[in-house]
Ligand binder design. Structure first.
Ligand code: SF4
Length: 284
């Protein structure tokens, strides 16, 4: 309850992002966090507004750059639980370079992507997640570009936690965010979050018909990276649940000397005048 604030979201009625907001609030409360222990950093897009709708530290950043900011926040103060969030255009187009390197860097934080397979804020253009043949104002004859498979890329980049969920499955989504928060390392959670205004193809009903919940897959082992990759390829990335987790790899900040003892915010970083002079002399 304490993660709710008085700001009324200006998302369209029925937008999938409402459920993501609720799931983050529930997961944070279920994890025993207080609002001052959580930072939500978002990019640009309809989904980027989410940082303003949660009672926690928040920063509505710049397009495709939620991850550099969020990683900086975590490295400066690793006492904070850090969640970065944004849309598929934000994270998998302009921000894809940051996404890949954040995955392989493995800082202990959670990245939640609201994947509606279109650019909503700018009124409906093709995104990297749009299907081939998808018609929008920017592709009136249908998209001819290959649809990006970000979770396959994440596995290839050495991800230690990969999950996927659906806005309509609040229970699963909340549980996955809780698991992502508990995971030591970078957790990527892609969420099918329908844009009811501009995407008339990938609707709630379409997702319900096409999603394969991993709970229904016998003997699925989320510690098996090859099985995870195979299942993604077999289902055209339409699986939901915990797809892959590697608990053995330690997070970046627990490996870097200087960060692992205590966060930067608790270190005395003040320099005496003579230290400062010495530092300047080294660069002369
Ligand atoms: Fe949600 Fe689409 Fe409306 Fe944006 S335009 S708020 S993504 S339904």
């Amino acid at each position: 309850k304490e993660f709710r604030n008085n700001v009324k979201p200006n998302w369209c009625p029925g937008c999938g992002d409402f459920s993501v907001q609720a799931a983050i609030q529930r997961a944070a409360a279920n994890s025993g966090l207080e609002p001052e222990q959580l930072a939500v950093i978002s990019g640009i897009g309809c989904s980027g507004r989410i940082s303003g709708y949660i009672n926690a530290y928040g920063l509505h950043g710049i397009h495709g750059r939620s991850l550099p900011i969020a990683q900086g926040v975590k490295l400066a103060n690793r006492d904070l639980t850090v969640i970065a969030s944004g849309g598929d255009g934000d994270g998998f187009a302009i921000g894809m370079g940051h996404t890949i390197h954040a995955i392989r860097r493995n800082i202990n934080m959670t990245y939640i992507v609201m994947d509606n397979q279109i650019y909503g804020l700018t009124k409906g253009q093709t995104s990297p997640r749009s299907s081939e043949g998808f018609k929008t104002k920017s592709t009136p004859e249908g998209s001819i570009e290959t649809t990006l498979s970000p979770l396959e890329i994440a596995l290839s980049a050495g991800a230690t936690f990969v999950a996927q969920s659906f806005s309509s499955d609040l229970k699963q989504l909340t549980s996955l965010i809780e698991q992502g928060i508990q995971h030591e390392g970078f957790s990527l959670i892609n969420v099918f979050s329908p844009c009811v205004t501009f995407n008339k193809v990938n609707t709630y009903d379409w997702f319900k018909e096409n999603i394969v919940n991993l709970e229904s897959v016998p003997d699925y082992d989320p510690t098996n990276r090859i099985q995870a990759m195979t299942k993604l390829m077999e289902t055209n990335s339409m699986i939901t649940g915990l797809i892959y987790q590697n608990k053995a790899k330690r997070s970046y900040e627990n490996l870097v000397t200087g960060f692992k003892e205590q966060p930067l915010v608790h270190q005395d970083l003040t320099l005496s005048e003579s230290d400062f002079d010495k530092l300047v002399a080294e660069f002369r």
